[in-house]
Design a protein around this ligand. Structure first.
Ligand code: FEO
Length: 169
């Protein structure tokens, strides 16, 4: 049986992951409106990854005999200043998620819930990747500046991104 406090915290994290998906979908619509379909695709795939994260927590609670309690998902922002603004907000958002995952790890340790601690290591690793990816794109966009052709090349590259569920969950 899952520890009660950990169950409550993971339920809150499910809401955060679903919100993250919503957040990236909103960014995807922004890119559609400014004519960058590759970036829109990148965000759409990112939203799917967030849904995957939410379901990973969802399934874990069920596997441990707990109860999933879904709550309302907040509306994400819908106005963005530029592609750089979007990816800077993405990076900030992922840093926030990392701190939430770290809090969950701390809680699992405090509660001596070793199974949850082990499960959370997947997310610890995932956040390293999420932050590195967002930070890398922010760096590229800063270099690109107002270079339209370089931005279109990046957009082309992002059109190839596909959602691939991890083999080992
Ligand atoms: Fe599920 Fe991007 O953190």
């Amino acid at each position: 049986m899952i520890n009660e406090r950990v169950e409550k915290a993971i339920n809150e994290q499910i809401n955060w992951e679903l919100y993250s998906g919503y957040f990236y979908l909103s960014m995807s619509t922004y890119f559609e409106t400014i004519g960058l379909p590759g970036c829109a695709n990148w965000m759409r795939v990112q939203a799917k990854e967030e849904q995957f994260h939410a379901m990973k927590f969802f399934d874990y609670i069920i596997e441990r005999g707990g109860k999933v309690t879904l709550k309302a998902i907040d509306a994400p922002p819908s106005v963005w200043e530029s592609p750089l603004d979007v990816f800077e907000k993405t990076y900030e958002h992922e840093q926030k998620v990392t701190s939430l995952i770290n809090d969950l790890v701390d809680l699992a340790l405090t509660e001596k819930d070793h199974a949850s601690y082990n499960m959370l290591q997947w997310f610890v690793d995932e956040q390293v990747e999420e932050e590195a990816t967002a930070s890398d794109i922010v760096g590229k966009l800063k270099l690109i500046g107002n270079g339209t052709s370089a931005l279109f090349m990046l957009d082309q590259e992002f059109s190839k991104k596909v959602f691939t569920p991890p083999v080992k969950e």
